[in-house]
Ligand binder design. Structure first.
Ligand SMILES: Nc1ncnc2c1ncn2[C@@H]1O[C@H](COP(=O)(O)OP(=O)(O)OP(=O)(O)O)[C@@H](O)[C@H]1O
Length: 250
């Protein structure tokens, strides 16, 4: 099967500055990739580059055979990129339901399906974005990407700053959307264990280049390598979450 996403020799950044340097990767339909690295190594820049929000210098990005390099962000969304940036782009002055109906496109994911995935959003459907907790805003940001019916979901630190109980709930939903529903995804996380547990592939960046690429389960089972690459052999913040989502992997 041809890969859904192919990235070859990608160089990108901000203005003249090159942050992502010669990055290549590929992802099949239904696969999840954990995109890891220490602070400031280029993870967000790579995600934003796939979404069309940085300066593309050279290299190729192809999604389902369509070249994305020259397309602006809105055209990439139409081509199948569902982008959930770190800052959770939601319309705070609209209700939850309006946020979803404003962007929904025909397909498997409707606002109703999104409420099934995130029951809290269904309960809050008439609340404004400003009235949502951080976790609910993150759920809405993911739901907004889902109702676009993308072929590839890009999640940038979806668990950042959330309470442990919400982290658990979100992780389970993300595992259902990716492993369960077979939606291809690239997920950036600072605390990698929980994300490695639901991913097929792991890609580690340092100074904007790929320093490790391989099966997620192999990296998860190699604490010394994890420590060397990320400094996180022990990751107590997500230990509980890992145990509850492990079932999704096996
Ligand atoms: N808008 C910008 N303009 C110029 N340089 C930027 C911009 N955003 C990020 N950078 C630089 O690009 C490099 C990579 O940053 P990036 O945010 O992609 O890393 P990251 O791995 O996602 O970091 P973190 O884990 O802290 O979110 C850093 O050196 C950063 O200073």
């Amino acid at each position: 099967m041809a890969d859904l996403l192919q990235v070859e020799g990608l160089r990108a950044g901000y203005g003249e500055a090159v942050v992502i340097d010669e990055v290549s990767l590929s992802l099949a339909a239904g696969e999840t990739m954990a995109l890891l690295g220490r602070n400031g190594t280029g993870k967000t820049t790579l995600i934003d580059t796939l979404a069309g929000a940085t300066r593309h210098h050279s290299g190729a990005i192809t999604l389902g055979g369509v070249e994305l390099n020259k397309l602006p962000a809105h055209a990439r969304a139409a081509a199948g990129i569902g982008w959930v940036p770190q800052e959770r782009n939601i319309f705070k002055s609209l209700t939850v339901h309006e946020n979803l109906t404003a962007v929904a496109r025909p397909g498997r994911w409707t606002p109703r399906e999104a409420y099934d995935m995130f029951p809290r959003l269904g309960e809050r459907r008439n609340n404004l974005g400003t009235q949502l907790s951080g976790g609910e805003q993150q759920m809405l940001a993911i739901a907004r990407a889902l109702v676009l019916n993308p072929r590839l979901l890009l999640l940038d630190e979806p668990l950042e700053g959330l309470a442990p109980i919400i982290t658990e709930e979100l992780l389970k939903a993300i595992a259902r959307i990716t492993r369960g529903e077979g939606l291809a995804a690239i997920i950036v996380e600072q605390h990698p264990r929980a994300i490695l547990a639901i991913s097929h592939q792991a890609l580690v960046l340092d100074h904007g280049t790929v320093v490790h690429a391989g099966p997620a389960h192999e990296l998860a089972a190699a604490p010394e390598l994890l420590e060397r690459l990320l400094g996180v052999a022990r990751d107590p913040a997500t230990t509980g979450a890992t145990s509850t989502t492990r079932g999704a992997v096996e």
